[in-house]
Design a protein around this ligand. Structure first.
Ligand code: NAD
Ligand code: ZN
Length: 379
């Protein structure tokens, strides 16, 4: 029986309060409106960005909310005006979109779409500002326009990447955020030349994907920096060649790295969300040519402080969302890299849990045990 145009009742993991375990609820998911798509989510995973906004320590709280933005699923139905997607398409919802019409979408250099760029404060859909989720008539806020911790979700069609239907969604779901973000931060933004040295701050999924990018680019040395030494063994599999735990040193980590590399690394990529690490990642690049790229999501009151002389000495600081990949134009190609065996995804997946045990995925991340934990819907 077709569900098109009907309200769907399904399970969703609702965050009622900051930092409190998610609660499995039956929610009502309204049909997709103009330029929207309703997706049956099959697999989702947890990214640290979900955890920050759920904890809401350094971010604006907005509850009740359905988190989740790294996922894979199948289109159930489409709203008015959607011409490039149809029921049955295999898709990745993406937290930043591509309207196709704005100056950013026309620029080869930007993925910061005017209409659909990341907006962490928005709790409803762009079309009418309303939520498509409710419980007994009470609206539940969306997160990043994706809200994938629900068996069904409604997403703007510009935030939906149609991918190869042969790609296993339980693996390629991680392409929708963490993997592409790290990979693209290195390949599209830091752009190390063959033989250069790269420092990666933070060895979670995003940082390890950045290391994977450095390996693909032919970096000679990949220096991993993390406060959690347990990450170092895992990171060897990702081509990280040397490790620095800032806690093992009395001097600033910038200085430790400068001494290891005769003046600084050629490129650095920060994937921690710590403003201290962001400053360190910038100050550890070589003068004259070094480029640092910020990827971690800062707290709302953070400020980046460095001496202007660090810029005058010809260091470059950049930042990126989603590794500068445009969701519709570029993401399907990242999935193809996996299908062509140029990219390994399996090694990022350290845990799997059924949807009913989604809170375990938060525990694994908070304890620093998981790289990525895949959450299987319908289980
Ligand atoms: P994660 O928790 O799996 O990994 C973060 C790692 O950083 C951990 O291993 C932690 O020990 C380490 N770390 C924390 N503070 C540190 C410090 N001061 N110095 C060195 N290491 C430190 O998280 P993740 O899912 O890999 O995400 C990493 C970051 O990227 C988060 O801030 C997340 O919000 C952000 N992110 C950004 C984008 C984007 O498009 N810009 C997309 C996805 C995630
Ligand atoms: Zn993310």
């Amino acid at each position: 029986m077709s569900t098109t145009g009907q309200i769907i009742r399904c399970k969703a993991a609702v965050a009622w309060e900051a930092g409190k375990p998610l609660v499995m609820e039956e929610v009502e998911v309204a049909p997709p409106q103009k330029h929207e798509v309703r997706i049956k989510i099959l697999f989702t995973s947890l990214c640290h960005t979900d955890v920050y906004f759920w904890e809401a320590k350094g971010q604006t709280p907005l509850f009740p909310r359905i988190f989740g933005h790294e996922a894979g699923g199948i289109v159930e139905s489409v709203g008015e005006g959607v011409t490039d997607l149809q029921p049955g398409d295999h898709v990745l919802p993406i937290f930043t979109g591509e309207c196709g019409d704005c100056p950013h979408c026309h620029s080869e250099e930007s993925n910061m779409c005017d209409l659909l760029r990341i907006n962490t404060e928005r709790g409803g859909m762009i079309h009418d500002g309303e939520s498509r989720f409710s419980i007994n008539g009470k609206p539940i806020h969306h997160f990043l326009g994706t809200s994938t911790f629900s068996e069904y979700t409604v997403v703007h069609s510009g935030q939906v990447a149609k991918i190869n239907p042969d790609a296993p969604l339980d693996k390629v779901c991680i392409v929708s955020c963490g993997l592409s973000t790290g990979l693209g931060a290195t390949l599209n933004v830091a752009k190390p030349k063959k033989g250069q040295s790269v420092a990666i701050f933070g060895l979670g999924a995003v940082g390890l994907a950045a290391a994977e990018g450095a390996r693909i680019a032919g970096a000679s040395r990949i220096i991993g920096v993390d406060l959690n030494s347990q990450r170092f063994d895992q990171a060897k599999e990702f081509g990280v060649t040397e490790f620095v735990n800032p806690r093992d040193h009395d001097k600033p980590v910038q200085q430790v790295i400068a001494e290891m590399t005769n003046g600084g690394v050629d490129r650095s990529v920060e994937c921690t969300g710590s403003v201290q690490a962001m400053i360190q990642a910038f100050e550890c690049v070589h003068d004259g040519w070094g480029v640092a790229v910020l990827v971690g999501v800062p707290s709302k009151d953070d400020a980046f402080k460095t001496h202007p002389m660090n810029f005058l000495n010809e260091r470059t600081l950049k930042g990126t969302f989603s590794g500068n990949y445009k969701p519709k134009t570029d993401m399907p190609g990242v999935v193809e890299k996996y299908m062509n065996k140029e990219l390994e995804l399996e090694k990022f997946i350290t845990h799997t849990v059924p949807f009913s045990e989604i809170n375990k995925a938060f525990d694994y991340m908070l304890k620093g045990e998981s790289i990525r934990c895949i959450i299987t819907m319908g289980a």
